[in-house]
Write a protein that binds this ligand. Structure first.
Ligand code: G6P
Ligand code: ZN
Length: 543
């Protein structure tokens, strides 16, 4: 066994995005690509000598090979211990929890989240820091700088570590500790939620369906929902992780989780449906005949948090990403607590959670979570909903109707234009940017612009600044449209158009969102010239 040093040179395109480095799997599999990036992570964080790291991924194609490379490079860097999920698996929230619980220095999560997996699909690698959360911008900037300066990497020449059974082995001087990926996470959930109340509701005939989308939450959901809470066998569907997610797109939204939507809108729908994504941090919540948007889900969780043992003392504050609807703001206002508005990306919640300023956070992109870990957490959201349903003894649809009556309804939708030529997407954004100052007072498609800006954020805890985080246009009457380029795509650019309108008239709370937003949609197109710039006459995805 020896450490070898390989001469290498910088590889273009190793800039971490919203959530780590994501590329086509074949790009990651090119000679030196993964090794360069892992070495750059080590270099960017000041080395791994003597450190303890957590390692795991969502089980997609190349997860197993990448795990071995990371282990061999951690050993070469002098890491003391790497704690790995059995089989190389860990959901993102479980990895975050392990980093915190085991007081590790950081962790590597192998995932491209909700992007498809397979040799012709996507792969990703993300570094999380010692609070369990995604590396903040200064760290990712150092990692990126290191990718541009790299001249060599170090790797231990050795056999693969056996990750198939829990226990300790060694790789050189480094301890490789294989752990059950579910056990610690399950114990944490038992602490946070009223499992007996949920189990009693289920024993009383409440039916649920959880779609793990062939991804990493399968084993967690089997153990927690069917095991600990007694849901009928078969309540968890697509519960065995597969390398290509059953050739599916493991993104829990009405389009990619259409099977679940069909069941939930059908005659024999169970009481509650939910799904999670590739690495288990996203969630979709749907009641019988009632889809809950992520923005509304965040608001409902905040409004009802005191039903849940972990939050019975109330919330310190809430935080949402800027494009997320203002539904949570209305709840925060009623509770007299702060609501923080951050740029897109869970990493921006880290300082607020660490400082105790926010207890629950959420994003329109199907992420909700709390201060129990430093990532969004799909199963946490599912259990939070179940706990609330058990406490309030109402259906999901009734909870939503009750919520909107009380707080008003923020009609909301996101329109995505995917794989747009990058130059054309930038031209659309530049066009808007150039007009921002003069927009106020202009009337487009019947709506009058109240104000417009490009979102910049100063972190209230550490003072760090993030600029260029999306173009916001508000209309008189409370509607808003936001334009932003996705930071997670792997092909061209994805233009996201976030549309929102507040309705407080009790007679108008039950409309179809696209219909209720028709004016805002028309105004967005008129303002940005979406059709003209993209050559598309409709979005690829509507959520
Ligand atoms: C990842 C991050 C989220 C973020 C989402 C949307 O899932 O973890 O925090 O909201 O990406 O990113 P995008 O840049 O594609 O809109
Ligand atoms: Zn994810």
């Amino acid at each position: 066994m020896q450490i070898t040093t390989h001469a290498t040179q910088p590889i273009a395109g190793q800039k971490p995005g919203t959530s780590g480095l994501r590329k086509k799997t074949r790009v990651f599999m090119q000679p030196h690509f993964l090794e360069n990036y892992v070495q750059a992570v080590w270099n960017g964080i000041g080395g791994v000598a003597g450190k303890t790291l957590i390692l795991g991924g969502d089980g997609r194609y190349f997860n197993d090979r990448a795990c071995q490379v990371v282990l061999r490079m951690a050993a070469a860097g002098g890491a003391a211990r790497v704690i790995v999920g059995q089989g190389g698996l860990l959901s993102t929230p479980a990895a975050s929890h392990l980093i915190r619980k085991r007081k590790a220095d950081g962790g590597i999560i192998l995932s491209a989240s909700h992007n498809p997996g397979g040799p012709d699909a996507d792969f990703g690698l993300k570094y999380n820091i010692s609070n369990g959360g995604p590396a903040p911008e200064d760290v990712t900037a150092r990692i990126h700088a290191a990718t541009q300066e790299i001249s060599e990497y170090h790797i231990l020449e050795t056999q693969d570590a056996d990750l198939s059974t829990p226990g300790e082995t060694r790789m050189g001087d480094m301890v490789v500790e294989v752990v059950d990926p579910v056990a610690d996470y399950k114990a944490l959930m038992e602490e946070l939620f009223d499992f007996p109340a949920i189990a009693a509701m289920i024993a009383g005939g409440f039916r649920l369906r959880f779609d793990a989308m062939h991804a990493v939450t399968g084993p967690y959901a089997h153990a927690i929902l069917e095991g600990a809470l007694g849901a009928k066998k078969g309540s968890v569907v697509n519960g065995t992780p597969s390398e290509d997610f059953g050739k599916g797109h493991p993104d829990p939204n009405p389009i990619w989780a259409k099977d679940l939507m069909d069941v939930m809108m059908g005659d024999d729908a169970p009481d509650f449906g939910a799904a999670s994504d590739g690495d288990g941090d996203r969630n979709m919540i749907v009641g019988r005949g009632a889809y809950v948007t992520p923005s509304d889900s965040l608001a409902v969780l905040c409004a009802n948090a005191t039903c849940i043992p972990a939050y019975e003392g109330g919330l310190a504050g809430v935080a949402r990403s800027m494009p997320t609807s203002a539904a949570a703001d209305r709840v925060a206002e009623a509770q007299g607590i702060a609501c923080y508005e951050t740029p897109t990306g869970w990493k921006f919640f880290g300082t607020l959670l660490d400082a105790g300023k926010a207890t629950i956070c959420g994003e329109e992109s199907a992420g909700t979570g709390s201060d129990h870990v430093r990532e969004k957490d799909g199963l946490w959201a599912v259990l939070a909903w179940l706990n609330i349903l058990a406490a309030r003894r109402m259906s999901v649809a009734d909870i939503m109707a009750d919520h909107w009556r009380r707080y008003g309804r923020n009609y909301y939708s996101r329109h995505d234009y995917e794989a747009v030529d990058s130059d054309r997407a930038n031209a659309l954004m530049d066009g808007l940017r150039a007009r921002l100052d003069g927009l106020a007072g202009e009337t487009v498609a019947g709506l009058t612009v109240e104000k417009a800006d490009e979102f910049a954020y100063t972190d209230p805890v550490d003072g760090s600044v993030a600029t260029g985080q999306g173009i916001r246009i508000w209309f008189e009457g409370g509607a808003r449209v936001v334009f932003r380029l996705s930071g997670t795509g792997t092909e061209g650019a994805t233009i996201r158009v976030y549309l929102e309108a507040l309705e407080t008239d009790p007679g108008k709370l039950d409309r179809d969102a696209q219909e209720a937003l028709a004016d805002v949609i028309a105004a967005a197109d008129a303002l940005a010239g979406i059709a003209k710039h993209t050559g598309r006459d409709a979005p690829d995805v509507i959520t």
